[in-house]
Write a protein that binds this ligand. Structure first.
Ligand code: OGA
Ligand code: MN
Length: 299
């Protein structure tokens, strides 16, 4: 990955970059053209990007040529970074970068093969789930490998009144290990979690409907990957309600499908969206670098 050395050395630049924000013809998402994330953004540019992220939920920065250090530096502008529990898949020397990849080298997977074949919001199983994630394409397959995003505020606003009433004020449990073993990727099991890793991912409780801390908009905050049950109601009722919520939350009218282009850097809002990896055929190589920004406790 080559990046102009001079831009990483520059601490701040007062000149604005002339970038364009183009919303997609979709329920969410926008592409950003003509920006270099390797150059520290000045306050005005950062404010534009920040606002666009809140407005569109997914930002696609095209054609980025940046180093891991530069990805980390840009990510940190939004908050503290989270280190993934699967330590074996962190980039050497840069634990802030989590490798998502189906590539196996010397019999060992170099990254998490399937980062999410079930709909999810990253790290919803933590007390402080992630604000957003940045996924940077390093190597893309010739086919497949798309990522889907679904707008959960729209999902909440369009819930049938009865269902909305049933979840009003409710809380739900989230667990990393609930479906961990179900995520068999092309016949490859996920690595076994060690006792130390298990201790890091104790179940947590979050509101079923969360208020976005920056926009104030309410959205659904449950997902089929990590949400196990709604508290304080009978188990069969919880199961039924969650099944209805999961079905509603991924309706096509809330979804944007991202078809990756080389050197895309995609930044999504985990407080407003859920997402899903569609996967790619086993013989094709896919490798991505993810940074994960810590968010607030949901309320
Ligand atoms: C992730 C994720 C989807 C993909 O990185 O958090 O869910 O398509 N990735 O790789
Ligand atoms: Mn994910």
């Amino acid at each position: 990955m080559s990046a102009p050395a001079v831009s990483s050395l520059r601490q701040s630049s007062s000149a604005s970059q002339a970038f364009e924000i183009r919303p997609f013809d979709a329920p969410l998402g926008a592409e950003i053209l003509g920006i270099d994330l390797g150059t520290p953004l000045n306050a005005e540019d950062f404010a534009r990007v920040h606002q666009a992220h809140l407005d569109h939920g997914v930002l696609v920065f095209r054609d980025q040529h940046i180093t891991p250090e530069q990805q980390i530096a840009f990510s940190r502008r939004f908050g503290e970074l989270q280190i993934h529990v699967l330590k074996q898949f962190l980039l050497a020397g840069h634990p802030e970068i989590f490798i998502i990849s189906n590539i196996v080298e010397n019999g060992q997977p170099i990254g998490l093969g399937d980062a999410g074949k079930f709909w999810h919001s990253d790290l919803s199983y933590k007390e402080l789930p992630s604000l957003g994630s940045m996924l940077y394409a390093q190597e893309l397959p010739e086919e497949g490998g798309d990522t889907l995003f679904a707008q959960q505020q729209l999902a909440y606003e369009t819930l049938p009144a009865e269902l909305r009433a049933a979840i009003d004020g409710r809380r739900a449990a989230h667990s990393y290990i609930a479906r961990y073993a179900d995520e068999v990727f092309e016949g490859i099991q996920r690595p076994r979690l060690t006792p130390a890793q298990l201790a890091e991912v104790k179940a947590v409780v979050h509101p079923v409907v969360r208020t976005h801390p920056e926009t104030g908009r309410k959205g659904l905050f449950v997902n089929e990957n990590f949400t196990t049950h709604i508290l304080d109601i009978p188990e069969d009722e919880s199961r039924q309600i969650l099944a209805e919520l999961f079905a509603h939350s991924a309706r096509p009218e809330f979804v944007y499908r991202h078809q990756w282009q080389p050197r895309d850097m995609v930044f999504w809002d985990n407080r407003a969206l859920i997402h899903l990896a569609t996967g790619c055929p086993r013989h094709l190589r896919r490798r991505m670098h993810r940074t994960t920004i810590q968010g607030d406790a949901p309320f």
